[in-house]
Design a protein around this ligand. Structure first.
Ligand code: PLP
Length: 430
């Protein structure tokens, strides 16, 4: 089992958070997103404890684009983490959930004027400025509102770690942030220092997602610190915060082998402390922004199996009552997932099939060549580790209503997002 929190009961049914998934499917219908509250909270604490133990002066900020809804914001608030938002809608949700605005970080490479005004109005803790146009506009908006915006800059540190490997090159070709190597970032820091209504608190970088290795983070920290030193020497400016972003990998399939968070924080912490003492620099407050790793492993999606098509000498298709509308990640990135037949969780996974959705697209697949127990019409199929970037990326393609989400804990399940109705689908139609 890729997730030690999942178990199998005496009926051979997959269990999560003390609940029988087959019962959940019966009670709430399918497709159904299920999130294990205890796992989410444990993951929050793992990061928080790890940064406190290894680094001391730090803050964990949940990247809410992985899963943003009222209940998730409430849980993250209770666990004492900060919250990243990247749009007015995510900010609105956080505010409605009562999330303290001083712990909200507003990201995005093209925030609209309305979004910038909203961020200022709500007094968010930090606005992460992406480009020089945004810097100038924000300063002007803040002046009009008689405020000082606490900002950070998004930096392209020249490290790209989107895969199992990472490359250390000029990564100027990215839509996000200021480049280091052509002096763009330095010019922006100098410009910010001259503006009256913004206060530059620090710099931010985010080098990729689903990263399994410490080294790109360590290198990113070194690149950033060298830049802090340059800023200190040449501009006499000391930046308080250092934000190294998120991207910590999780286990989707057996082969995935993510590094422990504690080990990660340990090595990054050593590098920062060494660098600062060698160069007589104040130790910055460290911010990290896990998204997927907080909520991804804690989730799974349940579907009802429809037709099973065995195309001789080609492949087997097992069709489900959801698909790319509730999980577009395979269609987008060919993401690997572990599939189980939830009502046959004690049977050997000796059947190979492609899991196909119900949308009118050949590319509407959840997984190809997946191993599972032999599926039959009416079985409950579970896709594991779908807590992150599934609901948040869901759509209404083919006018398919978005599934409900339930949170499970100690054998109890409660709906935290209602299933969309057909009426919901036409709500804004005129
Ligand atoms: C997406 C994102 C994250 C979170 O990435 P994960 O891979 O989910 O940990 C953190 N910070 C920023 C700026 C992001 O865009």
């Amino acid at each position: 089992m890729i997730n030690p929190h999942l178990t199998v009961n005496q009926n051979g049914h997959l269990m999560i958070g003390g609940c029988d998934t087959v019962e959940l499917a019966k009670k709430f219908g399918t497709p159904l997103y299920v999130i294990d509250e205890q796992q989410v909270r444990e993951n929050c604490r793992l990061f928080k404890d790890s940064i406190e133990k290894n680094y001391k002066k730090g803050m964990v900020v949940f990247a809410s684009k992985a899963l943003n809804c009222l209940e998730m914001c409430r849980i993250v608030k209770q666990e004492g983490l900060g919250l990243d938002v990247v749009s007015g809608g995510e900010l609105y949700t956080a505010i409605k959930a009562g999330f303290p605005s001083e712990h909200i970080f507003f990201h995005g490479n093209n925030k609209t004027t309305d979004e910038l005004e909203m961020a200022l109005e709500e007094n968010v803790g930090r606005i992460i400025v992406d480009n020089i146009f945004e810097l100038e506009e924000l300063d002007e908006l803040a002046r009009k509102m008689n405020k000082t915006a606490k900002i950070m800059f998004r930096i392209k540190p020249g490290i790209d770690a989107h895969t199992h490997d990472f490359i250390r090159t000029g990564q100027i070709d990215s839509k996000f942030g200021f480049a280091l190597e052509n002096g763009e970032a330095f010019d922006a820091v100098r410009r910010a220092a001259a503006l009256q209504n913004v206060k530059l608190m620090g710099l931010h970088c985010h080098i990729g997602s689903q990263i399994f290795d410490n080294r790109p983070f360590v290198e990113a920290a070194e690149v950033m610190l060298n830049f802090y030193l340059k800023i200190k020497k040449e501009l006499g400016l000391t930046l308080e915060d250092l934000n190294l972003g998120g991207g910590f990998g999780i286990k989707y399939v057996e082969q995935d082998d993510p590094v422990g968070y504690d080990q990660f924080m340990g090595s990054v912490s050593d590098v920062v402390h060494d660098f600062c003492s060698k160069n007589d620099m104040d130790i910055p407050r460290m911010l990290i922004e896990p998204g997927r790793s907080i909520v991804g492993p804690a989730g799974l999606t349940l579907y009802t199996v429809g037709a099973v098509k065995e195309i001789k000498d080609v492949r087997n298709y097992v069709t489900i009552d959801g698909g790319m509308t509730d999980n577009p990640r395979y269609a987008l990135y060919k993401s690997a997932y572990t599939i189980m037949i939830a009502n046959k969780a004690d049977q050997p996974a000796d059947y190979t099939a492609t899991v196909a959705g119900k949308c009118c697209e050949s590319g509407d697949l959840i997984q190809e060549g997946a191993q599972m127990a032999k599926p039959e019409k009416g079985d409950i199929l579970a896709v594991l580790a779908t807590g992150a970037y599934n609901y948040s990326m869901a759509s209404n393609y083919n006018r398919i209503p978005r599934p409900a989400m339930v949170m499970v804990k100690d054998g109890q399940a409660r709906e935290i997002i209602r299933r969309e109705s057909y009426e919901d689908l036409i709500r804004n139609d005129i």
